[in-house]
Design a protein around this ligand. Structure first.
Ligand SMILES: Nc1ncnc2c1ncn2[C@@H]1O[C@H](COP(=O)(O)OP(=O)(O)OP(=O)(O)O)[C@@H](O)[C@H]1O
Ligand SMILES: [Mg+2]
Length: 326
């Protein structure tokens, strides 16, 4: 059975494991479980040489109406080509953290403490016009439920071309050409055909690819994927995760991957934050957190996966035999 630790080791080596591939040795030297005690300080994630494209520093988020603090301090840094994962139970503040980073908190919510810097600029200083220029072009996002982010009455290709026209200043014909290239880049077969289709003509997996194409259309440095694969079946989910990994490698995209599924972040992320009730209860390199979980909740998440296995995630589901179901 493939464990989360093995997945993270594979991710670190840039070799995501797929169904049918042989298992690899789980532990690298020096990462034997049980060699560390909870009292020892966890080594910080090594600072990379490159300047961070995104720096989230001690961010607290509050609901101004109820005067309630919902997120109690989140910090992480993202350099080009890196991936940070945020995992945690429903309502723990993952999406609010992402929305704060994108400057789109729901009404009445505010960043009540801490700071967020995008490409060296404190977002608190941005005017609405500056935000408009930054969104899409520097920081972009893909959420769950792609259909709700696309206009059902406009051909999907034209919607991508519009992003390119507005954000990149390309002429109509060039924008169309680039949109088709992007549809190809997200591995949609027959991109010309897809360009002319409407949302209701496409499957969930295809729509999610279209949304990713739109999100990367203006060559952003940072892409936030908030539960971007949750609604998809396991095979398509694995394909989309591969696509994100490829974009990271080819375009040097920095990724924030949000999921309630530890297997998703284990596959893709260099660093992981585990959130619960607005608190980051655990944070470190993915391998460190998975090999030496310190918080009971992280252990619980890992145990769940170890108990049920990850084949559901790595391989197409095979129907259970009557003996297995009884
Ligand atoms: N628009 C909103 N109006 C009121 N409360 C909100 C709103 N958005 C989020 N909240 C509250 O803030 C808290 C954190 O929500 P958030 O959406 O960040 O959770 P999450 O970790 O993304 O959960 P999930 O895994 O279900 O997506 C929740 O208690 C939620 O009820
Ligand atoms: Mg959410």
């Amino acid at each position: 059975m493939t464990t989360l630790s093995e997945l993270s080791d594979n991710a670190a080596a840039g070799t995501a494991q797929r169904a049918g591939e042989p298992d690899t040795e789980p532990d690298s030297p020096g990462t034997e479980p049980g060699t560390e005690t909870a009292d020892e300080p966890r080594t910080a994630v090594p600072a990379a040489a490159a300047a961070p494209v995104l720096a989230v520093r001690g961010v607290h988020i509050s609901d101004q109406v109820t005067d309630r603090e919902i997120v109690h301090g989140v910090s992480f840094e993202l350099t080009p080509g890196k991936t940070v994962g945020i995992v945690g139970e429903s309502g723990s503040g993952k999406t609010l953290t992402c929305r704060a980073t994108l400057g789109i908190l729901p009404p009445h919510f505010e960043v009540s403490a801490g700071s967020i810097e995008i490409a060296g600029t404190d977002i608190a200083t941005l005017t609405p016009q500056q935000w408009t220029a930054l969104r899409g072009a520097t920081i972009s996002a893909v959420f769950q439920d792609p259909a709700s982010y696309l206009n059902p009455s406009i051909r999907v290709g034209a919607q991508i071309a519009e992003v390119i026209r507005v954000k990149k200043g390309l002429k109509r014909r060039e924008a169309r050409h680039r949109a088709v290239e992007l549809l190809q880049a997200v591995q949609l077969r027959d991109p010309e055909l897809v360009y002319g289709q409407y949302t209701h003509e496409l499957s969930g997996g295809m729509l999610q690819r279209v949304l990713i194409a739109a999100a990367i259309a203006a060559d952003p440095q940072i892409l936030i994927a908030d539960e971007a694969t949750t609604a998809l079946d396991v095979t398509v989910q694995a394909e989309i995760l591969d696509l994100l990994a490829e974009l990271r490698q080819q375009a040097g995209l920095a990724l924030v991957v949000v999921s309630h599924d530890l297997a998703v972040v284990a596959q893709l992320c260099d660093e992981v934050l585990v959130m619960r009730e607005g608190e980051v209860v655990e944070q470190g390199t993915t391998s460190e957190v998975l090999h030496h979980p310190r918080h009971e909740y992280t252990r619980l998440l890992i145990a769940e996966h170890d108990q049920y296995g990850l084949e559901k995630f790595l391989a197409p589901l095979t129907p259970l035999t009557p003996q297995e179901t009884s």
